[in-house]
Design a binder for this molecule. Structure first.
Ligand SMILES: CCCCCCCC/C=C\CCCCC/C=C/C(=O)SCCNC(=O)CCNC(=O)[C@H](O)C(C)(C)COP(=O)(O)OP(=O)(O)OC[C@H]1O[C@@H](n2cnc3c(N)ncnc32)[C@H](O)[C@@H]1OP(=O)(O)O
Ligand SMILES: Cc1cc2nc3c(=O)[nH]c(=O)nc-3n(C[C@H](O)[C@H](O)[C@H](O)COP(=O)(O)OP(=O)(O)OC[C@H]3O[C@@H](n4cnc5c(N)ncnc54)[C@H](O)[C@@H]3O)c2cc1C
Length: 664
């Protein structure tokens, strides 16, 4: 018997080839096939069940995480999965674990900052998971200000060793994932001291626990920092604390690609810029942008499918009520988020390319694109995670009361997702880095140095400062060049206005501090321009499949025009557009929503998420929401008994007291 599909009618309305859209979303046919296979593999494996994890105690959840990680590793070995497939498998298991840090930060830190001898020694053990590592940078007293870290690594020429020490309470390492209970090793960031001189923060490979008994090595105090936000969610991770009491490590465990310490204790700074010590963060920030599109797509998929099932008001002659997705307010809240998911997907693809390019250049000692890579990864990480975190909460509200149920999947997704706005760099701190980069670019405009890459538009500042938007009718807003010019003009005008204001301060640092709220806005305008321009560039590519390109054009316009509508103040205040042109953009936006509407369900189907990965009754593929909610309610442990535990001790006495009082 064919299973009932409550979305069948919606799916029939789609005006594009879904299979081709799935390939666009995945990046290529190969990626699609790989990811589809691995997602199904995980979904069909009972060990990876996750429907009860919000009910588990912290200890049980942690053990469950260890069990899943061990099983995932077994599957990876047994099936001889490639590194790419293994990464996919871990992400579909969908439970934050120490392995995220081992593969995502520990190994990349050694690869990026270690010498070839260090690669040869450490990477094979790490790849086989004979050692498990984490990334121990943040301390109790300092996270954002990396140069303010206090842990010391003092070279002792007598023994050819470093002495790792935590001199103060605030120097305790605090937060590293995987550190609390699992990692045998860590890349520890500490101030390098040689001959009494402080050379700033560097990375060191330090063994923390015995490989036979898992006990902390002498001089090491290590443990978990405690429960975090939400139930389940990030509590599967053992974020840890760590203190060193004069722990000794051999000299060759300092990561020495950027700087070296010789046998005599001489500090040698190579030609490689010191910022490469921050390289692992740049790598992870880049991956976080692609992950943002996944998390956003997930929330949007749930809210869209549920909005098509849910009906409220408007029944005519006893007929069905209106699907909430047909309310214009629902569309104006939901469809920009759908468009943003696609926009972040494409900018994530581009950022991956940029990162690969800068890595290849670094290997050839070309450091010229490093500032651009830093600004792009920092800015886009910040912008996409802030939008996604807010969007998950918006999707919860779009699902009304049922969105607040744990089994909607949205509370857990929110709880797991929100720390991305903080980790790998607080979002405001990172936007200020982008602003510094932009102010520097503006200050060099008259010097003959041509801005390149994502700031190339600033080279056309003269034109962009005085150009006038030519929109006369709503449909004029559909011209890519019109949209692009409006975003470029807004970004450059905001940058130059800020640079002028900065120029009024005698001390530039004072000016930067004073104007920092405006500078954050400037950085956001620049990042939004990058996302819009990369979406438009994507549309220049040959995109096969009936109606696929057309849908992407609609989504691109929704993305750009909803931003224009949201930040109308910036656009109008900088004189890029008139208030009337702003109103025309809004008019066009409403027309675009009507075009998205029949395709909405298919556009979220294109994410190809299994019900297992989505983990949401409201977002399930077949849309059989009410029956599933009803069945699920009875599985709650509170419903194991008809009369709850505690009735006799606490409820009955009150009720009886009431009866006694009544008798009086
Ligand atoms: C429902 C279930 C779902 C399950 C899903 C599972 C999800 C789990 C997935 C993944 C797990 C992820 C785990 C995350 C773990 C998190 C780890 C961390 O957080 S690690 C710690 C991160 N810490 C930070 O990011 C710190 C931020 N601070 C900094 O980066 C720096 O201190 C700074 C803010 C950049 C300032 O640095 P500094 O003071 O040294 O610099 P400045 O003086 O400001 O600048 C000097 C010049 O250097 C340039 N610069 C700065 N940084 C970089 C860089 N990274 N690369 C290149 N250049 C850089 C800067 O621009 C200045 O340049 P000039 O102006 O001089 O040209
Ligand atoms: C779930 C999670 C996992 C983590 N995993 C790891 C890990 O594996 N390894 C690791 O080393 N670290 C890890 N961290 C730590 C994380 O990297 C830091 O928390 C993060 O970098 C922010 O630093 P902070 O906590 O010092 O924030 P703070 O810098 O103290 O921020 C507090 C507030 O001050 C503001 N602020 C700070 N500086 C400025 C400024 N210059 N200008 C304006 N405003 C400013 C911020 O915007 C923020 O509002 C993790 C954190 C979390 C939450």
């Amino acid at each position: 018997m064919e299973a009932l599909d409550y979305h069948a009618e919606e799916r029939r309305k789609a005006e594009f080839n879904l299979d081709e859209m799935k390939i666009v979303w995945a990046g290529s046919r190969r990626n699609y096939e790989l990811s589809d296979r691995v997602a199904r593999l995980v979904a069909s494996d009972p060990v990876f069940r996750k429907d009860n994890r919000t009910m588990l105690t912290r200890k049980d959840l942690f053990k469950d995480t260890l069990r899943k990680a061990a099983h995932a590793w077994k599957r990876i070995i047994d099936l001889r999965l490639s590194e790419e497939e293994a990464n996919m498998l871990r992400s579909y298991v969908d439970q934050p674990a120490f392995t995220d840090l081992h593969w995502g930060m520990f190994i990349p830190a050694i690869k990026g900052q270690g010498t070839s001898e260090q690669h040869e020694k450490w990477l094979p053990m790490a790849y086989k998971m004979q050692i498990i590592g984490c990334y121990a940078q943040t301390e109790l007293g300092h996270g954002s200000n990396v140069q303010g870290l206090e842990t010391t690594a003092t070279f002792d020429p007598q023994t050819d060793e470093f002495d790792l020490h935590s001199p103060t309470l605030t120097s305790s390492k605090w937060w590293p994932g995987g550190l609390g209970k699992v990692s045998t090793h860590a890349v520890v960031y500490a101030r390098l001291i040689t001959g009494g001189q402080d050379h700033g923060v560097h990375g060191f490979i330090v063994q923390l626990r015995g490989l036979d008994d898992h006990l902390p090595l002498p001089g090491i105090t290590v443990g978990d920092i405690g429960m975090k936000f939400g139930s389940g969610a990030y509590n599967s991770m053992d974020n840890g604390l760590l203190r060193f009491d004069h722990v000794r490590i051999p000299r060759n465990q300092m990561l020495m690609r950027v700087s070296q310490v010789t046998r005599e204790g001489k500090f040698v700074q190579s030609d490689v810029p010191r910022q490469l010590v921050y390289g692992t963060m740049v790598y992870v920030r880049q991956t976080i942008v692609s992950d943002a599109s996944c998390a956003l797509a997930r929330a949007v998929c749930i809210a869209t499918r549920y909005s098509a099932v849910r009906r409220q008001f408007g029944s005519q002659n006893g007929g069905p009520e209106i699907q909430v997705i047909d309310y214009k307010t629902q569309q104006s809240r939901l469809f920009p988020l759908l468009a943003s998911a696609y926009a972040f997907r494409f900018v994530g693809e581009w950022l991956k390319w940029l990162y690969t390019d800068v890595t290849q250049r670094l290997q050839a000692n070309d450091f010229s694109t490093l500032p651009e890579a830093h600004a792009c990864t920092a800015g886009l990480k910040s912008m996409t995670t802030s939008v996604t975190a807010d969007a998950i909460e918006e999707c919860r509200k779009l699902c009304g009361g049922h969105g607040y149920l744990s089994n909607s999947g949205l509370p857990e997704l929110f709880a797991v997702y929100i720390p991305t706005c903080t980790y790998e760099g607080d979002n405001v701190v990172l936007l200020l880095q982008v602003a510094r980069f932009l102010m520097k670019t503006v200050s060099q405009l008259g010097s003959g140095k041509k801005p390149v890459g994502t700031t190339a538009y600033m080279g056309r500042a003269e034109h962009l400062m005085q150009c006038r938007c030519e929109v006369e009718m709503a449909q004029d807003w559909l011209k890519p060049s019109t949209i692009l010019e409006a975003f470029e003009a807004r970004a450059v005008r905001m940058s130059i206005a800020c640079a002028k204001s900065l120029g009024k301060f005698s001390n530039p640092e004072d000016g930067f501090a004073e104007l920092s709220p405006d500078l954050v806005e400037v950085a956001i305008a620049h990042c939004q321009l990058i996302v819009v321009s990369k979406f438009l560039e994507k549309l220049q590519q040959d995109i096969p499949g009936k109606g696929v390109k057309r849908q992407l054009e609609i989504l691109c316009n929704v993305y750009a025009l909803h931003l224009l509508h949201k930040h109308l103040g910036d656009f109008v205040a900088t004189g890029c557009i008139t208030p009337n042109q702003g109103a025309l953009a809004n008019e066009q936006l409403r027309l675009l929503y009507a075009q998205v509407r029949p395709n909405a369900i298919a556009l979220v189907d294109a994410f190809n998420y299994t019900d297992h990965y989505l983990g949401s009754i409201l977002g399930c593929y077949d849309g059989n929401v009410y029956q599933k909610l009803y069945q699920e309610a009875w599985k709650d442990p509170l419903n194991d008994t008809v009369v709850p535990d505690g009735y006799l001790e606490y409820l009955r006495p009150i009720l009886k007291q009431h009866i006694r009082t009544a008798r009086l």
